[in-house]
Each structure stands twice: as structure tokens, then as C-alpha cells.
Design a protein around this ligand. Sequence first.
Ligand code: AMP
Ligand code: MG
Length: 401
Amino acid sequence: MSLFFQTISVDEAREIARQLGSPAGTEDVPLEMAAGRILASQVKADIDIPGFSRSVVDGYAVTATDTVGASDAIPAMLALVGRVSMGIHDNLVVRPGECAYVPTGGALPAGTNAVAMIEYSESLGDQVLVKKPVAPGENVIERGEDFTAGVAVLNSGRRLSPQDTGVLAAVGCSVVPVRKKPLVGVISTGNELVPVGSLPGPGEVRDVNSILCASFLSSRGCIPRMYGITRDDRESLRAVLKKAVYECDAVFISGGSSKDDRDMSADLIREIGEVLAHGIAIAPGKPTILGKAGNKPVIGLPGHPASAFIVLLVIGNLVLQGLLGEDKIRSCTVRARLARNIPSTKGREDYVRVIVNDGLADPVFGKSGLLNTLVRSDGIVRIPAGREGLEVNEEVEVILW
Ligand code: AMP
Ligand code: MG
């Protein structure tokens, strides 16, 4: 076997990753548990929202034509014939030349089509002076203006935000059909790894990737299943990999992905399934494996935690998108100007960690394997494969962590 990677481009890797995962089943959850979940079918409005034309201000419901030409000097004088109470629909009818008091959110009485704000009106016992004209529909939300009964409110595949769940409440969707959370196996390999609760001896390091990976999976709405640390030993790695593939919807394995005779992850994935790519033209994160066993994605992440995290963000995310049946990944970005030049190697897509302050993105230089760069930075800037670097003052998009 070649000692060198046959790397593929990040675009190719992302395309493979996008195709790898397919969604698990669906389940119903109570609306109060639905934020962050992926909607599994379209939701339609069951009724008109609002169900009645309502005022958006405190004021007097009027016939708009009665107020034409009204001013401080020559106000329109209208007879006050009633008051609308919240949550009550009475049979109040207001005729031309009349008005009724209506609070914010109250139903417009029959015969009226606009609301004169209280700030531009004066009450004189059973008369009201309106000092500013209102156009038909002014200060009113019409029945069904927000959502008409039967219209699609949210589509399948959407990750539900808190505001989405508010809208679902308005349309009476108290039980929400969502995608089941995919179960994703997490394996760390390396003879040097010790569990987080242990004190590393000489040459040993704590297992960072298991928790990094699990937290990322949870944050994206998956359920991580931890398989712990496996030594660089074919038999044990094969056994744990097989078990994880059998039990889970996908598996993420970190370490052992380089072209070294001890790095056997790719060989073992090939043994139980298929390796679709080994080596991506990305920095950091070149020693990445994209594979599958049966129809389950098996992803080999680089051992260096910083590299593993970038690969999770840039490529792993797309595998999860497929598993979750999510329509699009909504990442948080901000535009900023570069505080310094960033050199890069042509032919490779670089992801540079930056600190963002007052619209300036300052690259965090230093060895990319250092963990501190992950916590000192606010996000990453992508340098396309075709560029030899980015220049100071250039406007860039920062993908915030
Ligand atoms: P490898 O990909 O196995 O060659 O590992 C590359 C580097 O990442 C080595 O320095 C490993 O010690 C380190 N590494 C691998 N896995 C982990 C892990 N789970 N936690 C922390 N460091 C790791
Ligand atoms: Mg290793």
C-alpha cells in the first residue's frame, strides 16, 4: 500500500459525507420538548391566525372614511358607542359617525376597519375627537393575515428554533412529529490514551477526542454512545468497531487514521465495509477517513483533537445532516476584516482559527495541534484551495464556534 495519501478535495469529501447518512425513523414529542429537534413532516395552520381582525394599538375603532381630513384644529367628532373587552366577542356594531374603544389585541367591532390611536384622540364623555386621519386597515391585523387556515407553516427537515415552537403553539400543534435522534458510536484509539479521570504517566495523554466528539454530537441533536479507549491492536479494535457498527446508526473513530503501520483504522473499516476516501486536502485534518459499513457511516477522525474538531465541523456535520434528515445547516457567521496576512498552501483548503474583535479577525498562529488555540479563538476562517493566502484588510467570513 502507498505510504502517501491520495487526497480528495474538501468539496468532494463534503459531497461524499452528504450522501453517507440517511435519517433514522420518526417519533412524536410534546411541543415543550421540540426545540432543537428536526421536524419530520410539514405542519399546516389549523385555523386562521389571528382568528379575528384585531387592533395593534390602544385606541378607537372607527370607519376610516370618518377621519378623512381630521387634524388638531378640525378633529373628527365621533359618538362613543361601546368598549371592546379582551377575549370577548360581543355583538357590538359601530356605524359611520360612531366609534368604540378597543385595547391592543382586542377584536375590531363589526362596521369598523381602522383604529385611531389613543395618543391622537381625545375623549369627551360620550364623544371622541380624532385628530389624525387613519387609512382603512391602519393599526389592524386582519383575520388570517399572519397564517391562513390550511397554509404550510413549517416544512419537514427544519431544525426547530424557540420561535418555531411558538408558531407551532399558535397553530395548535401540541404533539410534534420529529426525527429520532441518531445513535452515534464514539471510539478513541491509541496506546498512549488514558481516561479523563486518570493521571497520565510518561508518554500518556488523556482521551480528549471521546468527549469532544460526544459533545459535538449532542449539540447537533444526536445521542453519542461511548465505546471508550481501544489500544492500537487489531483484534480489540476490530471487535469494538464491529460492536459499535452493529449497535449504532453511525460510528466516529478517532486516531489511527494516518499512513503508519500502526494506524489501522482504515484497514479495519475496509474489512467490515468500505473506505470511500482516506486523506482530504484540508488543513488541519488531512488524515480523515470516510467509510461505511452496510448503510452506516463510519468516519475516521484525525487523532489531534484540534484537527478532529475542524473535521467534525466541516465534514462530520454533513454526515450528521443526512442522519438527522436536516434541510440545511444553519451556522453562525460574522463578516470581519483580516488583521494580518494569512499564508496558505495552494491546493489545500485551510481553516485558520481567529479571534474576532470590533470587526477585525486576528489569526491565532502557532502549532495547529495545540489545544489552547481551540479555546482562545472565536471561530475559523476558510481559505479556499485556489488561494495562496489571504491579505490583511481582506473581508472574510468567520464561522463562529
Ligand atoms: P494518531 O492519529 O493516532 O496518529 O494520533 C495523532 C496525535 O493525536 C497523537 O499525538 C495522539 O496522541 C493524539 N491523539 C490521538 N487520539 C487522541 C485522543 N483521543 N485524545 C487526545 N489526543 C489524541
Ligand atoms: Mg494513534
